[in-house]
Ligand binder design. Structure first.
Ligand code: GLN
Length: 484
């Protein structure tokens, strides 16, 4: 049951071998057993989940089932959920009950999926290890000494530990792909604009994108079919014809040209990651693909560029939260000003404060041109590198992260080292390209390793095809940590 694919669960539900209530109870039980050790969830409302499951059972009985009807899904706590706490991992929102559902949540509700709980995350999605959460760190289910990655670490842990069959995440610079890699699961960040950001608490709006995290590419396809779609309430939402993300899964990979950016295969990745990546590429060659060297000459600038642009956007977003939380209680301007200063001092954790400082600095008079405008120009060059590379290949591959999961506390005192976790993922974010991570083995201390697959714009179906064909031949995606 815990290793069943979404399709298998869906078949069992429609054939009435199990009810959604029973399925939800099974996962809730697993969650209650494991969550105290892993801290993957911030909020679980069993009564709500079971009520949704009951409604799903009715839908199934009435013959109105869709592929995810009745299936429990863990939702990252960045998505607003009506009547249920939405904290974004922050003390600032520790009592925030949203009056409305995020666009993504609405879409899951429409198909009758069950919300099994809200997952832990780095505060305001700023982090790579889940250690910035006000609710405490999440543990990696493969090794409790290790971080699960971040910011969608709760979602990655929930899926890896089989506390939920699938989860949502969001990715600004790597937050779906990096935790997916470190927890040994599959995750995809779609092309920017495909998934609604309405009610998805903003970190850096020109980069943020929601996406699914699950065991396999096939499961990701079913999740994307629900998550992708135009939303007029998000001004960056793209209006495109609907697509069934499963339609290319079965295609053979003969003749596929895989681009290997020479900059990603230079120094920097650890030996275990290099060995697993090469083995995965060899498997792709056996499946009929060819590998070609490509170049992304500006990719090495993506971390510095990201850490100018993302904090710049975040600092303007976050000051609004101060206003929302404290503004309504202020009686005068001075009062408001005072509350604003206090909330700054008390409400945010250290990493968020650091981002606000950087963001304010790079946007300030005298530095704006030197940092913000310069970073925007380099962002354009980074995107152009990919456009040029795709003249020689169909898809790009490399490692998702330079190392396996690091230990809790290991990078806390060195923000630059922490930021470098996203060295391979942030360029695709800046270019707005889709990126995916799939499990390809285990490295140091038996911790999981992920392969990073970057597609051209709107080629999610192709990417899932490429991942699925690999998963038909390997079983890394079916491995799960052992629990007593
Ligand atoms: N680790 C990156 C950061 O801290 C990316 C986070 C994300 O993608 N949300 O900003």
């Amino acid at each position: 049951m815990f290793n069943a694919s979404l399709k298998q669960l869906s078949t069992q539900l429609s054939e009435k071998k199990i009810s959604s209530v029973e399925l939800t109870e099974i996962f809730l039980k697993q969650l209650q057993k494991l969550n105290p050790s892993y801290n993957a969830f911030i909020t679980v409302d069993e009564a709500m989940s079971l009520a949704q499951a009951k409604a799903a059972d009715k839908k199934i009985a009435a013959g109105q089932a869709q592929p995810l009807t009745g299936i429990p899904i863990a939702q990252k706590d960045i998505f607003c959920t009506k009547g249920l706490l939405t904290t974004c991992g922050s003390k600032m929102l520790s009592n925030f009950v949203s009056p409305y559902d995020a666009g993504v949540i609405e879409r899951f509700n429409q198909v009758g999926a069950v919300n099994i709980g809200k997952t832990n995350m780095d505060e305001f999605a700023m982090g790579s290890s889940n250690e910035t959460s006000f609710y405490g760190p999440v543990r990696n289910p493969w090794d409790v000494a290790a971080v699960p990655g971040g910011s969608s670490g709760g979602s990655a842990c929930a899926v890896a530990a089989r506390m939920a069959p699938a989860a949502t995440g969001t990715d600004t610079g790597g937050s779906i792909r990096q935790p997916a890699a470190l927890c040994g699961i599959s995750g995809i960040k779609p092309t920017y604009g495909l998934v609604s950001r309405y009610g998805m608490i903003a970190f850096a709006s020109s980069l943020d994108q929601g996406g699914p995290m699950a065991k396999s590419a096939e499961d990701l396809a079913l999740m994307l079919n629900v998550m992708v779609g135009f939303d007029g309430r998000d001004s960056t939402s793209l209006q495109r014809e609907t697509e069934d993300y499963q339609h290319d899964l079965a295609k053979p990979l003969t003749g596929l040209r895989i681009g290997l950016p020479k900059e990603y295969f230079a120094d920097g990745m650890s030996d275990d990651v290099a060995v697993a990546t090469e083995a995965a590429l060899e498997k792709y060659r056996q499946l009929g693909a060819k590998t070609v060297e490509v170049s992304l000459p500006n990719a090495h600038l993506s971390i510095p560029v990201y850490y100018v642009l993302a904090p710049a956007e975040a600092s303007s977003n976050l000051s609004r939260f101060d206003g929302v939380r404290y503004g309504y209680r202020a009686k005068s301007y001075n009062d408001l000003d005072d509350m604003y200063r206090k909330s700054r001092a008390q409400g945010f954790g250290a990493e968020v404060k650091r981002r606000i400082l950087i963001g304010t600095y790079v946007l300030s008079h005298g530095y704006y041109d030197a940092y913000y405008i310069k970073a925007q120009k380099i962002r354009r060059l980074i995107a152009q590198d990919f456009i040029d590379a795709y003249k020689q290949c169909d898809i790009i591959m490399g490692p998702t992260t330079p190392t396996v999961a690091f230990d809790l506390g290991e990078k806390n005192s060195d923000p630059i080292q922490m930021y470098l976790s996203d060295i391979y993922t942030s360029a695709a974010s800046l270019a707005g390209l889709p990126g995916m991570s799939i499990p390809i083995g285990f490295g140091d201390k038996n911790r999981p390793i992920g392969l990073h697959v970057i597609g051209n714009y709107f080629t999610e179906a192709k990417m899932l095809n490429v991942a699925h064909q690999y998963q038909l031949e390997t079983d890394w995606h079916l491995r799960s940590p052992q629990f007593d």
